[in-house]
Design a protein around this ligand. Structure first.
Ligand SMILES: Cc1cc2nc3c(=O)[nH]c(=O)nc-3n(C[C@H](O)[C@H](O)[C@H](O)COP(=O)(O)OP(=O)(O)OC[C@H]3O[C@@H](n4cnc5c(N)ncnc54)[C@H](O)[C@@H]3O)c2cc1C
Ligand code: SF4
Ligand code: SF4
Length: 482
């Protein structure tokens, strides 16, 4: 049973790690959790993968299992706010007595709402406009606390929700919308209408409006086309002030900006792409309908070079190993060989890192005679302007020779960079390591990390770290009760 007087746990980031932590916490205790997700959908970067290793299942498989668990969570104890970010986190001092959240601090024009305690699992509906008190859960009476902090007041900002749950994703609105936006889900490789759905697995399952390109009052064509009254172009940003017991940071990663590795030509030569782009090219719902073709001329990519450690293990870029790039390139080499049977792939590597049981995956990919390996760092990439082909200059360490390799497309195995939420934290000092990963040094604050926010990792290890974070949350809570 849910103890309604228990304060919830805040989870920052609704990727696989945040969702796993939420499920573990709620399935192992009576606690409730609130996931705050910056995107208009939950699921994180894994949803942008075509398939995921080691089994090469479609990314939505694991996600749908998690979604079913979320929906069946006892008493709707997993709530989430999408298109939202944390603005401010304020420590509640121990023994400070009953703490009421001050809502008067919202800046002019902001709509301040409380989270209704009866919100069912899913996207939280804000309370009536103008409600100026927070009534979510317990305010904390300050008793029975030990040396730890007594929770946090958290201010959350949610972007306007122009589309409501009436949306049936029929798509009639997009048919009449005159404006286009870059499709960021596909790493800007194509465009979509200003009113759009991010991906086939999107949850909440509804369209969104890109406020940066929408013409609002001077257009309103979508409103007229929608038969379900699902669109409100006057929706406003909302502020939620809540109080939580502890925090799990599961804000994941972004790809390293490959343009910074100037010798490898990304951003300069069209046929140099990154590994995350390759995932979308291979995806049946991606910008090319699943065809692995060259961006310059749309020709089938036949001779593809993968450049490992593009940025990673390099003091000038990312000094750490991103842990998954070797596996990702092996996986993408399998995609290529399956989709373009005439193709061959050549992987330039420093070391191939496929630890533990992933050795089997390496054996699977490398047993293909059209998949070759060259041990050597690629020093430079040049383009043949006429053909758009690329020349890679490298030293083949095993033969001791300098080589010049011609490829018709290059995939840079760009590393993972941790997302570091930009939160005002006042007197709380959240500890990050030199690379921006949040290790466990914040445990005594009741702030824990999970997934790639903690260290570069695959999904399996991210989920394990999330289980660890969930256990820490429960221990922290138990210790507070003394
Ligand atoms: C090319 C490539 C291929 C890969 N393929 C595989 C594979 O096949 N198999 C595998 O096991 N692993 C694979 N990985 C690794 C996998 O993507 C990660 O293990 C996984 O994404 C980790 O999940 P996460 O929830 O920690 O992070 P994410 O997936 O990044 O999720 C974090 C979430 O937090 C949100 N967020 C970020 N900042 C904020 C904020 N300030 N406020 C609110 N929300 C925020 C994000 O929008 C996102 O939804 C691959 C990685 C790469 C680079
Ligand atoms: S907003 Fe309306 S028209 Fe657009 S997809 Fe949803 S239900 Fe259909
Ligand atoms: S109001 Fe905006 S989203 Fe709607 S049709 Fe016009 S441009 Fe598109």
């Amino acid at each position: 049973m849910n103890k309604l007087n228990e304060r919830p746990v805040l989870i920052i980031g609704g990727g696989f790690s945040g969702i796993s932590a939420a499920l573990e916490i709620t399935e192992a205790s009576s606690k409730s959790v609130i996931i705050v997700e910056k995107n208009p959908y939950i699921g994180g970067r894994v949803l942008q993968m075509y398939k995921y290793f080691p089994k090469l299942c479609p990314s939505f498989c694991g996600f749908e299992i998690n979604l079913r668990r979320i929906k069946s969570a006892d008493e709707g104890r997993i709530k989430f706010l999408v298109s939202s970010e944390i603005e401010e986190v304020i420590k509640i001092q121990k023994n400070s007595g009953k703490v009421a959240i001050q809502n008067g601090d919202a800046s002019a024009g902001e709509k301040v709402s409380s989270l209704p305690a009866d919100a069912s699992a899913g996207n939280i509906r804000s309370a009536d406009a103008g409600v100026n008190s927070n009534n979510y859960g317990n305010t904390g009476d300050g008793t029975n606390v030990n040396d730890y902090v007594n929770g946090y007041k958290v201010k959350i900002k949610q972007k306007p929700q122009y589309i409501n749950d009436n949306c049936t994703i029929c798509g009639e609105c997009a048919k009449v919308c005159p404006e286009n936006r870059l499709n960021d889900f596909n790493y800007n490789m194509d465009t979509q209408k200003a009113i759009y759905i991010t991906n086939i697995s999107a949850y909440p399952s509804k369209f969104n409006i890109d406020a940066e390109v929408c013409k609002f009052d001077s257009c309103k064509k979508c409103e007229a086309a929608c038969k379900y009254s699902a669109i409100n172009l006057n929706a406003k940003e909302e502020i939620f002030n809540i109080e939580v017991e502890s925090i799990v940071v599961a804000s994941g990663w972004k790809p390293y900006d490959a343009e910074k590795i100037t010798n490898l030509g990304f951003g300069k030569y069209k046929n140099v792409i990154t590994n995350v782009m390759m995932e979308r090219l291979a995806a049946d719902n991606g910008p090319t309908g699943g065809k692995i073709i060259r961006p310059s001329d749309g020709k089938e990519a036949k001779n593809v070079a993968f450049v490992q450690c593009a940025g990673s293990r390099n003091e000038n870029h990312l000094p750490y190993c991103s842990a998954i790039c070797c596996l990702a390139s092996l996986k993408q080499s399998i995609y290529l060989r399956e989709k373009n049977p005439e193709s061959s792939s050549t992987i330039f590597y420093i070391d191939i890192r496929t630890p533990g049981r992933y050795e089997k995956f390496y054996n699977r990919a490398s047993s293909d005679e059209k998949t070759k390996f060259v041990k050597g760092i690629v020093a430079n990439i040049f383009e043949d302007e006429l053909s758009g082909d690329l020349f890679l200059e490298a030293e083949d360490i095993l033969s001791g020779k300098k080589i010049k390799f011609r490829a018709d497309m290059v995939v840079l195995a760009a590393g993972m960079v941790p997302n570091r939420p930009a939160i005002k934290t006042g007197d709380i000092k959240i500890g990050y390591d030199a690379n921006g990963f949040l290790f466990n040094q914040n445990d005594n604050l009741g702030i824990f990390s999970a997934g790639v926010a903690k260290n570069p990792a695959d999904v399996y290890s991210s989920v394990q770290a999330s289980t660890g974070a969930a256990l820490s949350v429960l221990q922290f809570s138990a210790n507070k009760r003394g």
